[in-house]
Design a protein around this ligand. Structure first.
Ligand SMILES: Nc1nc2c(ncn2[C@@H]2O[C@H](COP(=O)(O)OP(=O)(O)OP(=O)(O)O)[C@@H](O)[C@H]2O)c(=O)[nH]1
Ligand SMILES: [K+]
Ligand SMILES: [Mg+2]
Length: 370
């Protein structure tokens, strides 16, 4: 019996088990088993990678965004319109066979845009070039879920495939810290009442991962899935923008159905081919990513307030260091901040400090040979 069949059986059992106080522990265990099997199915025999070609792409610019959608929805056409790239367009499925990068400049930000081969249902099990595509988008800053205007039903399919490989869309990573111990059992500490799972279930889920001695601190009202994500520790949390393409072909009814499907989340209606709403699309990409301005102050000198650095919101000092010089992280001593993220002007901070819009930053590094 293959892993995929095991996965399907577990999915069915979870679906068919009523969730309540009496069953939550059992369901928590089933979900843990399922998460482990999915992991196994993506890294067969623990080789750590699939047999297919690798699409590893070097990130450039201030942010990286990727198209993920079914074949022939118009990904390559849009890439070519938004960027300097020239990706092949064709009226047949799977025209694009690899990841094609392009660069888009908008409002002072340089945004790398990735075109990708189309994915289909079952991509996360390796159908088509699914595994490679899904692996390649794990590290992007925004996923553009793209559908043609007649296929709203593709949106949940794409999202399920991304979810199966451990990509969490539009979710904030739950605050859970697990410190393993040598003995003493599992101590569950919460900073608020848990309404979705009880302590027994927490202990049972940890047990599925052979964690029998640990201090766990939970600062969010997590459910079983979120707790499992935290234990697995390898999830990618990525925001999405839904792009509805080919609106030049649409009738009012299709537009209305689509609108009701997506109205609660960031989305944009476009036509790549007919160049409809492309400026709005660029604005949406820029806004959904979210950028902030950062002013650099050389140590002991005045900050340059005329030429800010454009960085992604929630960037850390480490991200800025990486952007400025490849040795800055290695030689980092400390940084100082003035502005919204500083507790007091000139606060000394480390690499993990999260910066705010309008901050002034001074980075102090060891001189070479020091
Ligand atoms: N009417 C219309 N046709 C479009 C539009 N955008 C793309 N097309 C056509 O749709 C077909 C597929 O376009 P591609 O850009 O190759 O689509 P893709 O998503 O990159 O396809 P794959 O790489 O095969 O997954 C081509 O015939 C395009 O000319 C659009 O906005 N309106
Ligand atoms: K195509
Ligand atoms: Mg293409």
């Amino acid at each position: 019996m293959g892993v995929q069949e095991d996965i399907r059986k577990l999915e069915d059992e979870i679906k068919n088990t009523q969730y309540n106080k009496a069953t939550q522990k059992h369901i928590g265990k089933l979900k843990s088993k399922l998460a482990k099997l999915r992991e196994e199915s993506q890294n067969p025999s623990g080789s750590g990678g699939s047999a297919g070609p690798s699409y590893a792409i070097r990130k450039t610019g201030d942010a990286t965004v990727a198209f993920v959608g079914f074949p022939s929805v118009g990904k390559s056409t849009l890439l070519n319109k938004l960027t300097n790239a020239n990706s092949e367009v064709g009226a047949y499925a799977f025209t694009t066979l690899t990841i094609i990068p392009g660069l888009m400049e908008h409002k002072g930000a340089k945004i790398q845009v990735l075109d990708a081969p189309g994915i289909i249902s079952g991509a996360s099990f390796g159908r088509g070039r699914g595994s490679e595509v899904l692996a390649a988008v794990r590290n992007v800053d925004l996923i553009m879920v793209i559908v043609d205007v007649f296929s709203p039903e593709h949106i949940p399919v794409i999202e399920r495939e991304l979810s199966n490989v451990g990509i969490r869309l539009d979710q904030i990573p739950p605050e859970v810290k697990i410190a393993k111990r040598d003995r003493g059992g599992v101590a569950v500490n919460t900073t608020l009442p848990l309404s979705k799972i009880d302590e027994d279930t927490v202990v049972a889920i940890l047990g599925e991962y052979k964690i029998h001695n640990a201090d766990i601190v939970i600062r969010d009202d997590v459910d079983a899935d979120q707790l499992i994500d935290s234990v697995m520790g390898n999830r990618s949390y990525i925001p999405t923008l839904v792009i509805i393409n080919k609106i030049d072909l649409a009738d009012q009814e299709s537009l209305d159905i689509m609108e009701s499907e997506v109205h609660e989340r960031p989305h944009v209606f476009v036509s790549g081919h007919k160049e409809i709403n492309l400026e709005e699309l660029k604005d949406k990409i820029f806004d959904t990513l979210g950028f902030i301005k950062l002013y650099l102050k050389p140590q002991g000198k005045k900050a340059d307030m005329t030429d800010p650095l454009i960085i992604l919101k929630n960037s850390k000092v480490k991200d800025v260091c990486n952007k400025l010089h490849r040795d800055f992280v290695k030689n980092f001593r400390y940084a100082q901040v003035w502005g919204p993220s500083a507790k007091h002007p000139g606060q000394r901070v480390g690499l993990d400090h999260v910066l705010g819009d309008g901050d002034i930053l001074s980075i102090v590094v060891k001189k070479s040979g020091q």
